[in-house]
Design a protein around this ligand. Structure first.
Ligand code: FES
Ligand code: FE2
Length: 424
């Protein structure tokens, strides 16, 4: 990737090309449960390089406002969340969830010019989402399957990933890596074990990709040998600008991710599991809460930083590596991915990489993001703003060798939420 393109893709702060593009979509900010109580403790959050405060006001509405008071810049983290807004602890200025200033005790007449920024928020799938773009361009609400299912069907966790969002998200697009770093753990993980999918994945490490551009992003078809007459296709969806849907394993819960920049050196990796037709069982939820599957264990203290992190070499176990219990010696799918992606540096040197044919998916996603960011700067609206475009599923299927997987997908995965789940 050349320098201009790399710089455009990785910079997401206010006023950057990619930052402007991302701000045209609803942005996952934090779990609703992190601000569970009206007038409960507010939380500092940083998203797309902006320092903000999330809180639930007296009416129960989630709010997201500038962290700092317009008077002399005090952090509203130390303010009082009560009576419909946050009051700055220093001289008592009061802000509602829209950022409007409703009280300046010492000079009420200046209220109108003391407003701070406040972003509209909605709650979907147990998350608070904010719209951080131009007010007149607010898009329809997200309609990803896990956003519209009843809450008992869905489990969501987030973890801090200490690198740029792009290299993290690319791991979700590049399904070729599943045959390597995750190779051994899939046999023992309760959310992958015992599925036919694993036999095919392990037997054939040379995935052949076919990729289709469509109106929400990309559909990636990864072909491995199946049985004598068939291929095993893993069909991954990448949706603008940061969602992926993971091809499922057997009857286990479906999965997906969202990668949201905190700043250019860190991102939130959201991991989602869901069952379309039934609530998650206590067992399934228990596994997820314990950090199995695509989730992880945390350091104590509520930072959402994984317990296995770069300060402890992700708890690498060389014996387990030799004994073929963990391919890289790191345990846990998300930490296997994060360890490799963080090892590239906070921002990977994209100019130095030498890409391979299996990277076609990430190359196309980069191009589409880059094109959309440049186009937006010329007044062309971003793709896939309409939530109805997000009603797709991933799949893992055996198809007859002559069959065109894209044609199959058009019939079975487009508006796929009304169809059966295709998973082996
Ligand atoms: S700094 Fe907030 S009221 Fe003075
Ligand atoms: Fe992975």
């Amino acid at each position: 990737m050349d320098k201009e393109m790399a710089q455009t893709l990785v910079r997401t702060g206010p006023g950057t090309l990619m930052g402007n593009l991302m701000r045209r979509y609803w942005v996952p900010i934090l779990s609703s449960s992190e601000i569970a109580q009206p007038d409960g403790p507010q939380k500092r959050v940083q998203i797309l390089g902006e320092k903000l405060i999330a809180f639930r006001d007296s009416s129960g509405h989630a709010g997201l406002i500038d962290e700092f008071c317009s008077h002399r810049g005090v952090s509203l983290f130390f303010g009082r969340n009560e009576e419909g807004g946050i009051r700055c602890a220093y001289h008592g200025l009061k802000f509602t969830r829209t950022g409007e200033c409703v009280d300046v005790p010492s000079a009420p007449q200046v209220c109108a010019r003391m407003a701070i920024k406040g972003y509209p928020c909605i709650e979907r799938g147990g998350l608070v989402w904010a719209y951080m773009g131009p007010p007149d361009k607010q898009p329809p609400f997200p309609e990803l399957e896990w956003c519209v299912l009843p809450e008992p069907h869905v489990f969501i966790s987030k973890r801090l990933q200490e690198c740029n969002y792009l290299q993290a998200m690319e791991g979700g697009i590049d399904t070729a890596h599943v045959s390597y770093v995750h190779r051994y753990e899939v046999d023992t993980d309760p959310m992958h074990a015992g599925t036919k999918a694993l036999d095919y994945i392990k037997a054939d490490g040379n995935v052949v990709f076919e990729i289709e551009k469509n109106d929400f992003g990309l559909t990636l078809y990864g072909r491995r040998n199946g049985d004598a007459e068939s291929y095993y296709w893993r069909i991954t969806q990448w949706l603008f600008p940061w969602f992926t849907l993971i091809p499922p394993f057997g009857d286990h819960a479906l999965g997906g991710h969202v990668w949201v920049p905190i700043d250019d050196h860190n991102c939130w990796a959201w991991s989602i599991n869901f069952q379309p037709t039934r609530p998650l069982t206590a067992d399934e939820r228990g596994h997820m809460e314990r950090g199995l599957g695509i989730h992880c264990e945390y350091e104590p203290g509520g930072s959402f930083r994984p317990r296995a992190n770069k300060d402890n070499d992700y708890l690498i176990d060389r014996v387990a590596q030799k004994e073929r219990r963990a391919y890289s010696g790191v345990f846990g799918f998300s930490m296997q991915d994060a360890s490799l992606q963080e090892s590239m540096g906070r921002i990977q040197n994209h100019e130095a990489e030498k890409l391979l044919p299996t990277d076609r998916g990430i190359v196309m996603a980069r191009r589409m993001l880059h094109e959309a960011a440049l186009a937006l700067s010329q007044g062309i609206e971003p793709p896939a703003l309409d939530g109805s475009k997000q009603r797709v599923r991933a799949a893992g299927v055996l198809l007859q060798r002559g069959l065109n997987p894209a044609e199959w997908a058009r019939e079975h995965l487009a508006d796929g939420l009304t169809q059966p789940v295709f998973s082996i």
